[in-house]
Design a protein around this ligand. Structure first.
Ligand code: BUP
Length: 459
């Protein structure tokens, strides 16, 4: 009923890239916007990073309630070789009927679902009379692409395949930036993506973790119905700010190391949590970082799911003495780091990133320039946002598994040097940081959008 304290239930899907922004939204709604909030913990989690993150979230924000959501049994043998995170998306989609009782038990006044569940969660919520919103965990550019893609495929013959996609009112997403899986209409991801894209128009509203000043074209076109007519309200509420975890270890080795480095001097290198890099490219990257002559902090990842990541650092990097040679000016580590603490640290002057959207929003929040090196999925679309929005540079030729083959250490080293000495890069990124701070401050565009969303939940 109007004026009451709304109870918002959040339903994240698998992978840190999805879980992290949901945790941030939960805290923002509960601490800053007067909502009761529950978060569905989908069990069992795929990675240990996710279970640790859930525990830390509920410990840090005791007002946020935990709703355990146990999935129905799921036979993955139908999809041999599929990515474990895609499989989890599918398992969750098939468990959607269990959401009804979960919502009823919680007494939800609104549901905010992850995009990967949108088309299955919406009808369940509707049946229960619970308004249903979507939190889109990628860029507004990607949201516009996702909303338009079903119409694009309807208008294209299967034989023609997917080419450049002109998103009405926004800009062209070149064929090379279209997520790889979408070139195969039978791919599990494509089927989920198209269904969710079609479902978007039925949502009561869409929250997106971006801010108006960073992505003006996409935000405006979506709201004006240029992408899809009669599109639901779009709330740009980002960058959603990191949750303060009290138990965070300030004595972590890498934080102490950063403390000892000059301001803006360190290149931070991380390619996200979801895909390992080929051993050959890993070694070229090592050579490039070494040749750049810069200080660097590199988080190396050796397996798709962290539980399998048992390889030794030296072994991963080829045991050619690299670690010895860069000792002192570099810190190379394996496993999880507190990325937002690193990006917040004044010693970091550049972030070489895969452009997972959370990483981009964290760099934007702290005004850290990005050298974009996207790998798969939505990352090339996000890299284009980085370049357009003034947050950094994108060397479009650099791919990971493409026909161009390996990017050489020499080229990587030259590029890093060039970006680090270019003062305009740092200045422009700092401006993006200022705009992000203004957007999330009381009265800023993102703050007001979130308040407006809460207003809808109260009605
Ligand atoms: Br790796 C890593 N520490 O060591 P993205 C990641 N993160 O805090 P991804 C750490 O996880 P998807 C680490 O700050 C970000 O909030 C990072 O999300 C944090 O990329 C999140 O950047 C990772 O969106 O996920 O992991 O590739 O592909 O699902 O977006």
């Amino acid at each position: 009923h109007a004026g009451a304290r709304p109870h918002v239930v959040l339903l994240p899907s698998a992978g840190m890239g999805h879980l992290v922004p949901f945790g941030r939204l939960a805290v923002a709604l509960s601490q800053g916007h007067g909502c009761d909030v529950s978060v569905a913990a989908v069990l069992p989690t795929v990675s240990s990073a996710e279970s640790r993150h859930l525990d830390a979230l509920f410990a840090a924000a005791p007002a946020v309630r935990r709703l355990d959501f146990r999935l129905a049994p799921f036979d993955a043998s139908e999809f041999p070789g599929a990515d474990p995170f895609f499989l989890r998306f599918e398992a969750m989609r098939r468990s959607a009927p269990l959401l009804g009782p979960l919502l009823a038990g919680a007494g939800a006044s609104a549901l905010v679902t992850d995009i990967v569940l949108a088309s299955v969660a919406l009808p369940v919520a509707r049946e229960r009379g619970v308004p249903c919103y979507v939190l889109f965990t990628s860029s507004a550019a990607m949201l516009s692409f996702c909303a338009h893609f079903p119409a694009y495929t309807d208008a294209t013959t299967a034989a023609a395949g997917v080419g450049d996609v002109d998103v009405p009112g926004v800009y062209r997403i070149p064929k090379s930036s279209v997520p790889q899986a979408l070139h195969d209409p039978k791919h599990l991801f494509t089927q989920q993506f198209v269904a969710n894209g079609r479902g978007l128009v039925d949502a009561d509203g869409i929250l997106v973790n971006t801010f108006d000043a960073f992505e003006p074209e996409a935000a405006t076109a979506l709201r004006e119905g240029k992408v899809v007519p009669d599109f639901p309200p779009v709330f740009a509420v980002g960058p959603l700010l990191p949750v303060k975890f009290p138990e965070k270890d300030p004595a972590a080795g890498y934080m102490q190391w950063l403390d000892a480095q000059p301001a803006g001097s360190v290149v931070y290198v991380s390619f996200g949590s979801r895909k390992a890099i080929s051993p050959d490219q890993l070694r070229e990257l090592a050579a490039g970082l070494e040749a750049s002559g810069q200080r660097f902090l590199w988080v190396v990842k050796g397996a798709v799911v962290d539980r399998d990541d048992a390889g030794e650092l030296g072994e991963l990097l080829g045991d050619d003495g690299f670690l010895e040679r860069v000792r002192g000016r570099a810190l190379v580590t394996k496993g999880w780091v507190e990325q937002e603490e690193i990006l917040r640290h004044g010693s970091v002057g550049l972030f070489i990133s895969h452009c997972g959207w959370n990483s981009v929003t964290e760099a934007a929040a702290f005004g850290v320039p990005v050298l974009a090196w996207p790998r798969f999925g939505d990352q090339r679309v996000n890299a284009a946002v980085v370049a357009r929005g003034g947050l950094g540079a994108w060397e479009e030729r650099w791919s990971w598994d493409g026909e161009e083959g390996l990017v050489s250490g020499e080229e990587i080293g030259e590029k890093i040097k060039a970006v680090m000495v270019d003062e305009t890069v740092a200045k422009k990124a700092a401006k993006v940081g200022d705009a992000a701070t203004a957007a999330t401050a009381k009265g800023g565009t993102s703050y007001r959008s979130l308040a407006e969303f809460v207003g809808h939940c109260r009605d």
